[in-house]
Ligand binder design. Structure first.
Ligand SMILES: [Zn+2]
Length: 177
């Protein structure tokens, strides 16, 4: 099997020499990856590591949600817990993005990320439909959207009540005493 040895990641995959840029912590959906210091837009945060499998080999192993296709022929199986990047959760409006080049996946900041903020990227449509949509996306963007929808539904029902009250009043004033 043309597997590649997983490289050790210490959070310095971007080549800077400071302490790791992130830690694993509790997030809304379980575990997540959080910035431990401000991360500038454009910084490579961590590499998504794991054995390189052909897509055909992937069809033969039990499905796992950490399979990350790098091109039409190759996929990285990132299920190992030593692959710190697997802790990065999905967001429909992420602050990072995977950059795939030369059969390697590196996660890059696409916004300035504040210390303490969770690091997220968009997993893409296929993964979203298979794993996230069935139980509802819990990213900030989708939560905000649902909050707005609930507020609109409440406002609409309040308007209906008001209309009914006005109608009742109008009918009341018309009826003879
Ligand atoms: Zn979402």
């Amino acid at each position: 099997m043309p597997a590649r040895k997983p490289r050790k990641s210490n959070g310095r995959a971007n080549g800077h020499d400071g302490p790791p840029l992130f830690r694993i912590g509790r997030s809304r959906t379980g575990l997540g990856l959080f910035a431990t210091e401000p991360i500038r837009k454009g910084t490579f945060i961590v590499e998504y590591l794991g054995p390189l499998l052909t897509n055909q080999q992937c069809d033969e192993i039990p499905d796992n949600r950490y399979l990350f296709e790098v091109n039409a022929r190759w996929t990285i199986d990132g299920r190992s817990r030593s692959n710190v990047a697997r802790y990065i959760n999905h967001s429909c409006r992420g602050n990072a993005d995977p950059v795939i080049r030369d059969r390697r996946i590196r996660i890059k900041a696409i916004k300035n990320i504040e210390a303490g903020a969770e690091i997220n990227y968009d997993y893409g449509k296929d993964h979203f439909n298979a794993y996230i949509k069935p139980h509802g996306c819990r990213c900030d963007k989708c939560r905000e959207k649902r909050r707005k929808e609930r507020a609109e539904a409440r406002a609409a029902s309040a308007r209906r009540v008001k209309r009914a009250e006005r109608k009742a009043q109008a009918e009341g004033s018309r009826s003879p005493r």
